[in-house]
Design a protein around this ligand. Structure first.
Ligand code: FES
Ligand code: FES
Length: 182
């Protein structure tokens, strides 16, 4: 069987592989790279369990060939936490009980991460539309929507918080502006 050499960056790490042209991206991630947080729920592009980011865009990795990911940046659920600190969406799904079996959760969170990047303050309707390509067989969507709303608030607060609070420290005035580089 002919193979093709590809180079992809996954969660900041560069990987090279010789793959069959028919190999799906989701199988490259799961079987070759061991990133099993990306799930396969249908293989027919319906459920969204396989959602990852490709060059910052949400994509269903069961509908993309590994060779199509050559030269691209992929982010998976394994790559969104900050060390031991959960991503605000991961924390919000925990806080709001936005999951039961958890099968849909990685794809749901990757889709919601992309959604909040596009629209930091979505209405409930916009959230429901934004995750309409992701199916949950367990929870209904009420707590999932609440989790995305919580994370949206957390992320907006993070964006609006100044890097350094204005005021005085040890009698010295400090500014809310970030210090100039150099
Ligand atoms: S496994 Fe990709 S959409 Fe269901
Ligand atoms: S939590 Fe079970 S499929 Fe969504």
């Amino acid at each position: 069987m002919t193979t093709q050499h590809i180079t992809i960056t996954v969660n900041g790490e560069v990987h090279e592989a010789d793959v069959e042209p028919r190999l799906l991206l989701v199988h490259l991630l799961r079987d070759n790279l061991g990133l099993t947080g990306t799930h396969v729920g249908c293989d027919t592009s319906n459920c969204g369990a396989c959602t990852v980011h490709v060059d910052g865009q949400s994509a269903k990795s069961c509908t993309m060939l590994a060779v199509q990911a050559d030269g691209r940046e992929i982010r998976t659920i394994e790559g969104i936490a900050d060390g031991a600190t959960l991503h605000p969406l991961q924390q919000a799904f925990w806080d709001q009980h936005g999951l039961q079996c958890g099968f849909c959760t990685p794809g749901m969170i990757m889709q919601a991460t992309w959604l909040l990047g596009e629209n930091p303050d979505p209405s409930e309707e916009e959230i429901r539309e934004g995750i309409s390509g992701n199916l949950c067989r367990c929870t209904g969507y009420v707590n999932i929507v609440k989790a995305i709303q919580q994370a949206a608030g957390t992320l907006r607060e993070g964006e609006s918080a100044p890097a350094v609070a204005a005021g005085t420290v040890d009698g010295q005035e400090v500014s809310a502006e970030p210090a100039a580089a150099g």
